[in-house]
Write a new protein. Structure first.
Lengths: 487, 226, 312
């Protein structure tokens, strides 16, 4: 019998200790390795929790902690991205010698960010879930603005304001959900996901739907669904590359988990069609906006940020279609997206440091100067747009299959067309980077990329290839269990 | 639904306090000077603390006294003090380029109050509420939220954005005190401390804005487009 | 019979006491500013003087020039029949018009004076009229909303019902709706009775708003116009005090003693409001033109909030 309390306690204590140690010992090299060590331990612990995750929800620690299959899966994604980003951060931050005195703060912030992300999926109380997400916002805002340039601070400011405003809406939604429950459970009862699900059938439709819309828009701002996505391109492109990878690959999943949990409450109330359609519409709009902005994009990381918007739209559609097939596709999509997006951000970070520019028009003939890492990056681009034989292709096809069976099959056609558009636009940019004009004389890249920069790319690439060729049966049954159990 | 029965005196006390909070938010909309905005926010937080205390008294929720005291202390004194310190440090006295004049934004705020009242009334009708105090609480909650968003939209100064956010949180707190007074106190405590953390984070970021980006007005922070 | 006498007495009260109110306010303003001020009966001597002067008429004047002061004066005499001045029970002919009708008749008088300002074709008249109209655009909707608010509060359009309700029920008196209506009306009162921060008594024509409309007048017509504006001030105070703020002190039975008592209470109440207006004039400075909307937007807001608060 696995003691989840001990596992979770260890999960939280290890990064906390690392943070305290890093802030006490101000040497950068200590910071690097402390962060890496805590990332390794966290990865191991999240893997253990995932493997040992029961087939039904477990509530422990005086009703405050909740472990469900979906929550364990999201936690595992966090662990994976944290590990990859920590390895990459060592290489990346070594390329920024001017930041060396402050480096321990960066690693402390990164560990702190991971810690806040590890708290949120485990919370049984929606209010504390909200607070944990608020804390992730604050810590990641400082991470985004780490380099203290004008654009970084502007991006961090925009991120903090827009997401806080959205989260305030979500808080209102939570309070209205609680109010709906007081009609049956009395004025004081424990605010947990299960209680809200129990009382949902008795709550009048107007109030339930209203509260759900508020939480959808509120947490949708955090996920970055259009039209609340305005902070996403700035924050993901201006932060340092490891931070962008963590933001894109880990944080957005957690907020989407929140939306899905509220969606299940409305489903328990019996009004699933409207809520699923609302989520679906937001997903479609996100795909459309992402597609249009990718076509004319110049910044490398900005384009990847819009690609995050696209994939969050796909995930929202996966959850919005409903049904076990689309749900399984969405869960598979989560891990694939985390891996692929991390790969892409690492590659973009490498290229940005090499060519000393953020814009893709300056990154020329990347295969000639960096055959290996540029090649892996190119394959990652093929992966992230959903082409076979990579994992994202399998998950997107599964979502489309689930969509045809759902109540909103029109969205399948829209999704297919938009995915093709994004594929074309994305690879067009890469075509220009590989076979485009020659770099200007005197501006050829001379940077040598170290092992720390390339290893995480490989570590992310191999699983995508494997998962794209082989969907393990164990994962399939795990997803079925996750669908049957409340999220 | 309010399980405890309110006498007419309690009802008028609550409605008076809730509407006073709403009027103070209009002071924020209508005034030219940032300092007045902060003072109005402080007064509003004290009024909401008074609402908490009276709900604790009439509904026999003793933990609400503690929450009232804490929210008066943190929301009503500490937060305005922090924001005032920011205002003094940044030497910003007024909103220089608002999109709408104060009088027009007050009119827009009045329209928003009517809209929130209509939404609250429809909710009340569909829920078969018998007492008006819940509809009033919902109206004030939605109006404060919408007015907070209005402040964030129409103004370009960073301080105004912070204040708009704080007004939204105030509105949520006001509504939650009246319609769900039994909500676990732990949640409300943590929300209060969360706010303090947010404001401190904002304070740091605004100082960075001033020193690195050179301006705190969003008119000047338009480098990232596309 | 007694009722008809009371109704005539109401009109006479307004007619005869309004110059006294104006004189009182002027003298108090001077006293506050450490001057001596004219006697409080000075407006009566002014009227007497003007009635004995020759009437000068510009060449470009038409019939509007002659009839506008008459219409204004008569309108101001009609309104006291509709509102509670001395008694708190309706008198015969009080149901000729309700509170909205009273407000509209007041506006009719102002409208004719506006036309008179435009009539002669002189620039200052047009200046005054256009500025007064702009203020009217800002203030009249609020006035109507205030009346609508009080109608919602007492479920009737007669001012007497409002008077009874507010005098007898402290819950209604201290309800947020009523407080907001009082605040809204105070701001409107300062605008309509020519107080700062919008109007001021500057003798320079370029800054005048209301006085510019009547620059062309002289002699008896000017006397009628001045009297009409004093009566308007008195009537607005009446509505404010007897319907909104201080509904007590009116005669309940209608016999002679209580009417005398009501007169004395009138002197006291109006004197108090007059002192408040003096304070308003002294502590403020004039707003710039583009900021006129601010106090009026505030009063509009209060009226809207009163109506919303009343539904709850």
């Amino acid at each position: 019998m696995v003691d989840f309390n001990a596992l979770i306690a260890a999960l939280w204590i290890v990064p906390s200790l690392a943070i305290i140690a890093m802030l006490a010992i101000r040497r950068p090299s200590w910071g690097e390795f402390l962060n890496l060590a805590s990332a390794l331990v966290v990865f191991g612990l999240t893997l253990t929790i995932l493997v040992a995750a029961p087939n039904n929800a477990v509530v422990s620690a005086d009703q405050y902690i909740l472990i469900t299959p979906l929550g364990a899966w999201v936690l595992f994604c966090v662990g994976v991205v944290y590990l990859l980003a920590s390895i990459y951060a060592i290489g990346y931050m070594r390329l920024l010698p001017e930041e060396r005195p402050r480096l321990h703060k960066f690693y402390a912030l990164q560990a702190g960010f991971a810690l806040t992300m590890l708290i949120a999926p485990l919370m049984n109380n929606p209010g504390i879930f909200w607070i944990a997400i608020d804390f992730t916002t604050i810590v990641s805002a400082f991470l985004v603005g780490f380099e203290r340039e004008a654009e970084c601070i502007e991006a961090a400011w925009k991120y903090l304001i827009v997401v806080s405003a959205g989260l305030a809406l979500a808080l209102l939604g939570i309070i209205l959900f609680y109010w709906g429950g007081t009609f049956t459970l009395g004025p004081t009862y424990a605010l947990t996901w299960e209680n809200l699900r129990l009382t949902a059938p008795k709550v009048p439709e107007a109030l339930l739907f209203f509260s759900f819309l508020l939480t959808l828009v509120g947490f949708g701002t955090k996920v970055g669904l259009a039209p609340m996505h305005t902070w996403l391109p700035d924050a993901h492109s201006e932060g340092p590359a490891p931070a962008s990878a963590m933001l894109s690959g880990a944080l957005l999943n957690i907020a989407l988990l929140g939306i899905y949990r509220f969606l299940s409450i409305v489903d328990a109330g019996g009004y699933s069609l409207m809520s699923h359609t609302a989520l679906l519409v937001l997903g479609v709009i996100s795909l459309a906006v992402a597609g249009l902005f990718i076509v004319r994009q110049d910044g490398a990381k900005r384009m990847l940020a819009y690609s995050s918007l696209e994939h969050m739209g796909v995930l929202a559609m996966g959850f919005g279609f409903g049904g076990p097939i689309a749900f399984a596709g969405a869960m598979y999509h989560m891990i694939n997206h985390s891996l692929t997006k991390s790969l892409m951000f690492f590659g973009a970070g490498n290229m940005m440091r090499a060519y000393e520019s953020k814009s893709m028009s300056q990154m020329r003939r990347i295969l000639r100067y960096y055959p290996f890492s540029g090649g892996v990056w190119l394959l990652g681009a093929v992966a992230i747009t959903g082409a076979p034989p990579f994992g994202l292709f399998l998950s997107e096809i599964t979502i489309l299959r689930g969509g045809i069976l759902s109540a909103n099959p029109w969205a399948v056609w829209v999704m297919a067309v938009l995915l093709i558009l994004i594929f074309t636009a994305f690879l067009n940019h890469f075509r220009r980077m590989i076979w485009g004009p020659e770099p200007e004389p005197g501006k050829e890249p001379t940077l040598k990329l170290s092992l720390w920069n390339i290893l995480p790319m490989l570590l992310a690439f191999v699983p995508i290839l494997v998962l794209g060729l082989w969907w393990p049966n164990g994962l399939w049954t795990f997803f079925q269990h996750a669908f049957a159990v409340a999220p | 639904m309010l399980i405890f029965h309110l006498g007419p005196l309690a009802t008028s006390l609550f409605s008076l306090l809730a509407i006073l909070a709403l009027v103070l938010s209009f002071v924020m909309l209508g005034s030219h000077w940032l300092k007045n905005h902060v003072y109005a926010f402080a007064a509003e937080s004290w009024v909401i603390a008074a609402i908490s205390a009276s709900i604790g008294y009439y509904g026999h929720y003793p933990e609400l006294y503690i929450i009232a005291a804490l929210s008066a202390l943190f929301r009503g004194s500490l937060l305005p003090y922090l924001v005032l310190r920011l205002v003094k440090r940044l030497h910003i006295n007024r909103e220089f380029t608002p999109l709408l004049k104060p009088s027009s934004s007050m009119l827009l705020g009045a329209a928003l109050v009517i809209f929130s009242y209509e939404v609250a009334r429809q909710l009340g009708v569909s829920l078969h509420l018998t007492d008006n105090i819940a509809v009033l609480a919902l109206t004030c909650m939605f109006s404060l939220k919408l007015i907070g968003f209005l402040m964030m939209i129409l103004r370009s100064e960073a301080i105004s954005h912070i204040l708009g956010l704080l007004v939204i949180e105030n509105g949520i707190f006001l509504g939650s005190q009246i319609i769900v007074p039994g909500m676990p106190a732990l949640l409300e405590l943590v929300i209060i401390f969360d706010l303090v953390t947010i404001v401190m984070a904002f304070g740091m970021l605004v100082r960075f804005l001033q020193s690195h980006a050179g301006t705190t007005s969003s008119r000047g922070l338009q480098k990232l487009v596309g | 019979m007694k009722d008809i006498f009371l109704q005539v007495a109401q009109v006479l009260t307004v007619l005869l006491l309004s110059p006294l109110l104006h004189g009182f306010i002027v003298k108090m303003e001077e006293k506050v500013q450490r001057g001596q001020g004219p006697s409080i009966f000075q407006p009566y001597w002014d009227l007497w003087k003007l009635f004995h002067k020759t009437q000068l008429v510009p060449e470009t004047a038409t019939w509007v020039f002659f009839w506008a002061p008459v219409v204004a004066f008569v309108a101001m005499m009609i309104v006291p029949m509709l509102i509670p001045v001395l008694t708190n029970f309706p008198l015969p002919l009080s149901d000729m018009g309700d509170i909205l009708g009273g407000g509209l008749i007041l506006t009719l008088g102002s409208f004719f004076i506006l036309l008179a300002g435009l009539d002669t074709g002189q620039p200052f008249g047009g200046l005054g009229s256009s500025r007064a109209v702009m203020l009217g655009i800002l203030a009249e909707p609020t006035l109507i909303l205030v009346f609508v608010g009080i109608t919602f509060l007492d479920h009737s359009m007669l001012p007497f019902v409002a008077n009874h309700l507010l005098a007898q029920s402290p819950v209604a008196y201290w309800s947020p709706a009523h407080i907001f209506l009082v605040l809204a009306f105070i701001i409107l009162l300062t605008v309509e009775t020519d107080r700062l921060p919008i109007h001021s008594t500057i003798p320079y024509e370029i800054y005048m708003i209301d006085e510019a409309r009547i620059l062309e007048y002289s002699g008896p017509l000017l006397a009628l116009l001045k009297w009409a504006s004093w009566m308007k001030q008195f009537i607005l105070y009446t509505i404010f005090l007897n319907v909104f703020l201080f509904p007590w002190g009116l005669s309940v039975s209608g016999d002679f003693g209580s009417v005398l008592l009501a007169l004395l209470v009138i002197l006291a109440k109006y004197g108090a409001v007059g002192l408040f207006m003096v304070m308003v004039d002294t502590v403020q400075s004039r707003l710039r033109f583009y900021r006129y909307q601010e106090p009026l937007a505030l009063s509009f807001l209060f009226a809207v909030l009163a109506i919303v608060a009343d539904q709850l």
